[in-house]
Design a protein around this ligand. Structure first.
Ligand SMILES: [Cu+2]
Length: 112
């Protein structure tokens, strides 16, 4: 049972980028809700540093399509800074990025 649940979770995560790509080809503007037109599917990243005080996380991230950013290591503000307590340096994560006040921001982060 545990194995099946894990498999289902892995499949759900793996299917998300495919669903996004299909949606993009169908016409992203028509389907995207107005409030999250800049949201993307999760990007793989590794946590290099956490600054809970400042609400920032330094990530070695893959290409972020919706921000037009190539892979690099940089610090981001985190929308839900309390969520940083669930993570530690070295964690492999999947991150949803967006812009808040014009700045690239971590909207959501989960452990891989
Ligand atoms: Cu970057």
């Amino acid at each position: 049972m545990t194995t099946l649940k894990t498999l289902a979770a892995v499949l759900a995560i793996a299917a998300a980028p495919i669903a996004f790509a299909a949606g993009a080809m169908d016409g992203m503007d028509m389907k995207a809700p107005a409030s999250s037109s800049k949201a993307s599917h999760p990007v793989p990243a590794e946590i290099r540093k956490i600054d809970a005080q400042a609400g920032k996380v330094t990530l070695k991230h893959g290409p972020i399509e919706n921000l037009g950013m190539p892979a690099m290591t940089m610090a981001f503000p985190v929308k839900d800074r309390a969520s940083l307590s669930r993570f530690k340096e070295g964690d492999a994560v999947l991150v949803t990025f967006g812009k808040i006040g014009g700045s690239p921001t971590v909207l959501e982060m989960q452990r891989k």
